[in-house]
Write a protein that binds this ligand. Structure first.
Ligand code: PLP
Ligand code: COI
Length: 356
């Protein structure tokens, strides 16, 4: 790709040494990558200073939500180089989302080239802190100025970077509560649940507010018949049996295929436990927690890696506590091993980490 560079004159000149933990998603680097789709092809790849862009007030993404995104991370290893983690899986999934939202695919190699070029330009923005990363946010949105409802003819692909701190300052130490909702649903079969469509997240906001009213961090969504466990708004769900086996709900077209979950499924030998998928029936899940068959539970996702769940609450106020409600040993071990793989302290499967 012939990328045009228009670099900011006041760009960072020294490695970023933040004082406190910079948190997740708050900061931006100096530049963004842009590429447009018009006349049936992706064109005009460029890196420009991070700045607001112009969009027509009638753009289809603003009215009808034809917009998708991805979330990935890059880490600095002990050699001082920056390495992306399974970025090819994100590029592949962006195209899966594109198919679901009638957006033209963008060649995966071009996506990877774009992201690598952007990280290279802004590498001094990598925050020098334990457990830090560059969070990578690629997205595509419809730009055609038209109010009738049909797929846009024009799009923009953009990548921004967010220097982010360790999600947990002292390892995974606090378990969250989830609201098991029979009222709110995230996805139905035949819908957009398996994509990272912007609208899926807009639709989860009201459920998130309801969760907060119950003292819960997020909603654990069920299928439309309120029988099976599906996933959390920004994480897949999992539980741990008393023999250490990790169980993740089987991927369906109502669940996002988490790259963290897929990685755990491939890592059983390194994690030292079986990791498998099953359809999880809500009634059995609750009975197994109460019988002590399920001893830990949590969520898998890029942002947090592993989020331990200490208890569930139902809309009738009933609370079910998992184990002793604290962070269990399996989750601590999984978090430790997974972050060591990302940070290059432990060697993972070939090709999972790639130097920028
Ligand atoms: N499920 C949903 C709905 C998500 O938004 C995310 C976050 O990307 C995940 C699961 C976890 O996926 P991943 O591990 O690829 O980040
Ligand atoms: C991620 O975990 O990377 C995500 O994309 C979740 C996001 C909605 C914060």
């Amino acid at each position: 790709m012939d990328i045009k560079y228009n670099l900011k004159s006041s760009r960072r000149t020294e490695q970023f040494q933040p004082e406190g933990n910079v948190g997740f998603g708050n900061l931006r680097t100096d530049h963004m990558f842009l590429m447009d789709y018009r006349d049936g092809q992706w064109c005009d790849p460029r890196i420009e200073p991070y700045a607001p862009f112009e969009i027509a007030p009638g753009a289809i993404s603003l009215h009808y939500g034809q917009s998708i995104f991805e979330g990935a991370k890059a880490f600095m290893h002990d050699d001082g180089e920056i390495y992306t983690f399974r970025l090819n899986k994100n590029a592949e999934r962006l195209n899966t989302s594109a198919d679901i939202l009638c957006i033209p695919n963008l060649d995966e190699d071009k996506q990877l080239e774009a992201i690598n070029a952007l990280i290279d330009v802004d590498r001094l923005w990598f925050p020098m802190q334990d457990g830090a990363c560059l969070y990578i946010r690629p997205f595509i949105f419809a730009t055609e100025d038209r109010l009738s409802v049909s797929p846009s003819l024009n799009f923009t692909f953009c990548v921004i970077l967010s220097p982010s701190g360790a999600y947990y300052a002292d390892g995974v130490s606090k378990a969250i509560r989830l609201l098991i909702s029979k009222k709110f649903h995230r996805a139905v079969s035949g819908g957009t649940g398996a994509s990272k469509a912007a609208g899926n997240y807009a639709a989860s906001l009201r459920a998130g507010q309801a969760a907060a009213e119950y003292g819960a961090a997020q909603v654990l969504y069920l299928d439309a018949n309120n029988q099976q466990i599906e996933e959390v708004g920004a994480m897949n769900h999992f539980h741990v049996l008393k023999d250490g086996t990790v169980v993740i709900p089987t991927f369906t077209d109502t669940i996002l295929k988490s790259i963290t979950s897929q990685s755990m499924l491939e890592l059983g030998h390194i994690l030292g436990c079986e990791v498998r998928q099953e359809t999880i029936m809500l009634d059995k899940f609750i009975a197994d927690i109460e019988a002590g068959e399920i001893v830990e539970a949590g969520g898998f996702g890029t942002a947090a890696v592993v989020s331990p769940v200490g208890s569930y609450i139902f809309e009738d106020g009933r609370v079910v506590t998992v184990g002793d409600g604290e962070v269990g040993p399996s989750i601590k071990r999984i978090y430790q091993i997974f972050t060591e793989l990302q940070n290059g302290q432990l060697e993972g499967p070939e090709g999972w980490v790639k130097r920028v």
